[in-house]
Design a protein around this ligand. Structure first.
Ligand code: NAP
Length: 314
């Protein structure tokens, strides 16, 4: 008999029910149960778990795990809190997530490009004041991180008519996108971009990457979009850059602390747009289909999907 598959999450009970129902629909031959419904014997036997933003400590109750499948794309908490773990971590790679992120990057880049935040301020002052039009082809957007989400976003920005450049750890070839690597490459991207889009994972190398020094390299009046993780940008440095006019506007979907505390100055900052971590939400149905296929490949062929490199952190 197959070992039951624990579903480990900190979701509310209604959302957890939807996850379990949908997973069971696509994996009808498996018993998928919340962790607290597994007996001690079942916990010992479990070789694979499905996790949705779990408390990493809860996974310590499953001593014989071979791998866990996260239904989130970002897995920095799992990587950090379980650095001693012996199991592999698989994160969600879902074309639906790429589509949602590319759409969000396109939408908020257009928001900055067409000065929508400026016009909203002008309306509040009942001020009729056209601003100069700049064609998309005259704007350069720099995408930091050219992985699953960054590449899809860069391609969408290109199709929208922007000039697109990008930065990643290893060299990338993307048609019509000039790509860079290394510290010098980062400097070039920051200096050349009217809008910088951050789609880097949070790792020991990217934490605080966009601090005072990096933000000061950006063009005066440039804008920034952070759809990756809050801690990649130093909040104090960002506020300084916005307050001094070095940067014009920031669209932030992710924060060091989430939900963003009510007293946080970002809520009322005139040059910050706050979003509640919604740029690319997991689509439960498509995520469950992908998880199901990966688990079938493991059960039938003993094949694991690409796993997170825990040393690298992503
Ligand atoms: P991914 O496929 O792992 O891509 C990460 C990219 O970042 C890769 O291009 C990688 O370079 C680059 N990178 C990593 N460390 C770097 C470094 N030190 N210097 C330069 N480049 C570096 O990740 P993804 O699926 O695109 O997701 C990116 C992040 O988006 C996730 O980690 C998550 O935090 C965030 N996210 C946010 C939301 C939301 O709703 N806000 C939703 C999903 C995901 P190489 O290609 O050379 O390895």
């Amino acid at each position: 008999m197959r070992a039951a598959i624990p579903f480990v999450s900190q979701e509310n009970p209604e959302k957890e029910r939807v996850w379990l129902e949908t997973l069971s629909k696509y994996l009808p031959d498996e018993a998928i149960l919340p962790l607290d419904k597994l007996s001690e014997g079942e916990r010992q036997l479990a070789d694979v778990a499905i996790v949705a933003n779990p408390d990493p400590q809860a996974l310590k109750q499953l001593p014989n795990l071979v791998w866990v499948h996260s239904v989130w794309a970002g897995v920095e908490r799992l990587v950090n809190d379980l650095s001693e773990q012996s199991f592999s971590i698989v994160r969600l790679v879902d074309p639906q997530l790429q589509e949602a992120m590319a759409e969000a990057v396109q939408a908020w880049s257009l928001y900055l490009h067409r000065d929508m935040f400026e016009y909203a301020k002008l309306q509040r002052q009942a001020t009729w004041q056209p601003l100069p039009y700049v064609p998309a082809s005259a704007r350069t957007i720099g995408v930091l991180g050219l992985g699953e989400l960054g590449r899809a976003s860069a391609e969408r920005l290109l199709a929208t008519g922007f000039n697109v450049i990008g930065w990643s750890r290893n060299e990338k070839i993307i048609d019509q996108v000039t790509t860079y690597t290394g510290d010098e490459g980062l400097e070039t991207v920051l200096k050349s971009s009217d809008i910088v889009v951050c789609l880097l994972p949070l790792t020991k190398d990217t934490r605080g990457l966009l601090g005072f020094e990096a933000l000061a390299m950006m063009q005066p009046g440039a804008c920034i979009i952070n759809f990756a993780r809050g801690d990649v940008i130093d909040e104090e440095a960002l506020q300084y850059a916005l307050n001094t006019g070095q940067l014009k506007h920031a669209v932030l979907d992710v924060f060091a602390i989430e939900p963003l505390p009510k007293s946080h100055p970002f809520w009322t900052h005139p040059n910050i747009t706050v979003l509640p971590h919604i740029s690319a939400q997991t689509n439960i149905d498509s995520a469950c289909q992908i998880v199901a296929q990966n688990i079938r490949n493991y059960r039938l062929l003993n094949l694991l999907p690409d796993v997170v490199d825990t040393k690298r952190g992503y």
